[in-house]
Write a protein that binds this ligand. Sequence first.
Ligand code: FAD
Length: 498
Amino acid sequence: MSTTLSESPDVVLIGAGIMSATLGTVLKELEPSLDIAMFETLADCAQESSQAWNNAGTGHAANCELNYTPQRADGTVDISKALEVNTEFDLSRQLWSHLVSKGAIPDPRAFLHPCPHMSFVWGDENVAFLRQRYRQMSEHHCYHGMEYSEDKGKIAEWAPLLIEGRDPKQAIAATRIVSGADVDYGALTHLLVAQLTAQSGFSVHYKHRVMDLAKAADGRWRVSVENVVTREIRTVSAKFVFVGAGGGSLSLLQKSGIPEGHGFGGFPVSGIWLRCDVDAISARHGAKVYGKAAQGSPPMSVPHLDTRMIDGKRSLLFGPYAGFSSKFLKHGSYLDLPKSVEPGNLLPMLAVARDDWQLSEYLIGQVLQTAAHQFATLQGFFPLAQRHDWREAVAGQRVQIIKPDRHRTGVLEFGTELVASADKSFVALLGASPGASTAAFIAIEVLQTCFDDRLTSDGWLGRLKEIIPTYGIDLKEDAAACRAIRASTAKTLELEFV
Ligand SMILES: Cc1cc2nc3c(=O)[nH]c(=O)nc-3n(C[C@H](O)[C@H](O)[C@H](O)COP(=O)(O)OP(=O)(O)OC[C@H]3O[C@@H](n4cnc5c(N)ncnc54)[C@H](O)[C@@H]3O)c2cc1C
């Protein structure tokens, strides 16, 4: 593994989570001669949000997450966002398939397992919503193979823990897609960084925190990096900088001073899971089951009961329960939030505090919830759950974007946002959702935003199409291409195909 510090790399990647690891991988695939340096404050990669237990490991394809399919006033369901997320995941599948096929990732089972994705609701109104959602989604080729049932016997076949002990008179409904996945994004990040460090021209520097960055007169970025053990500060000069620092991205964007970053703020939401490692229970639940979110809750707080495969062991995860902490990273500081407030983002932040009272109300409610209340939410999904089989586990921190907006002065965003400098030499990734699943889509967006001059037929385009065969094809529109690529990636990645 190369840890020699190159004084003038072509590319600096800040942070060693799934996003930097994926972008680094794509760039080296396209141009093996690139000199890339990755800096990470912590002692290893994937120790923050990308760590396996700090996310739910859902291969988000909007199969089951009800927050992507809002109901319209006329009772129909808007599936447009779901289709976007669904086909963005195809890009990740293609990148992973490429890496498995060429042997850069030796075994897909090291990070990926087939896992049916289910939505599950109770109550007449929610059942009517799910029925309508199923009608519309199952008509679209992207959701080929989606199943629906209101029958308790059928749902018990799919996921018995949902039914045992439930009031037989309660109206329930579920959908299922068997081609879903459970992804260990921590293991994947390790695999990506390992195959990168095996290549010449890539170095990773753990225990190195990026302190500051500034554009110099020669057009290159001067990136100041502190060795957190020796406190020594070095400066490297890079042509291109990607800030994939998760909760640390906002402060680095502010330090960069690019005008495009003006006015952005962040609002941290922490999370807690309930985790069950009892084999006799986890062996009886093989699905990711997403329910309906409480009113006002942010999208990542949709409750779900998940099968997880981590380090060869099957466990269950339920949650997340949202909470509040002023830290922007798990290993961050309580001063992160106050220090992020600057004159440029004060008005947007105040506007969000004024307008998004539903989120504040939701978070206060979550923080004040007793352990008994929390457990009752799990029992809504798994009626016979026993307290002693479950323990609390940290779900990590997410920083929601507060975006400057001309009309309202500030708006809270739940998606992700790339903020690039006009000269395309710098880009920071802010935000949280849909997250790790769309890392390949985000890497491609970085290419289109900052390397568009290389995406030509005599540049990177041919190679990009080898890695992502459907690049340039809209899989929402092209049913045949969609089916063909899903069949092929399912085979390589050992996923179900229907
Ligand atoms: C509760 C929860 C559930 C989730 N569930 C899912 C899910 O089911 N599916 C999904 O796809 N996504 C999910 N996500 C989202 C997903 O985890 C994140 O989108 C993804 O891991 C972000 O990756 P990243 O590389 O941007 O950030 P991270 O993994 O957080 O990595 C950023 C790295 O940057 C480092 N860093 C920060 N500042 C500096 C600095 N100044 N210098 C050097 N290094 C620095 C940090 O130490 C860290 O290692 C979930 C997130 C949470 C919190």
